[in-house]
Design a protein around this ligand. Sequence first.
Ligand code: FES
Length: 163
Amino acid sequence: MGTCTSLKDYGFNEEQLKKLDEIIDKHSCQEKLIPMLEEIQQLLGFIPVAVQERISQKTGICENDIYGVVSFYSYFTMEPRARHRIQVCLGTACYVKGGKKIANKIESRLHIKPGESTEDGKFTYEEARCFGTCGLAPVMAIDGTVYGKVKVEDIDEILSQYE
Ligand code: FES
């Protein structure tokens, strides 16, 4: 029945749903919709309609407005992600230490832009904001495993570890 049931149908676990509600409560006004959606995308990997309904129910923001923002920005996606989720940090510390070069290399290597997945369903690629490990900048993560002090020439080898 309710939104909770349909959210669980996506395979989200209790902890994710609890954090989802915390994020929604933290940013519960229309002006903060984009930061809210960014955090939700980081948490869940995508923002399906059931999540948009949840946001609308809890905040009173019109569902159409939420849908409009999610579909407008390529950063957001409503589809489940590929088998592996690559996140490249473009927070300040990582950006200064060459994070953008890492991002560019991944984009050219996999022929995808942020928010997209490879056609073989292997990798999804996202830009991220600070993993809290700035001392290791530039940082990227795959499926939550953090790689620090990444060099452009390391990328091929890192990606080759994933099937
Ligand atoms: S800015 Fe990249 S980990 Fe903090």
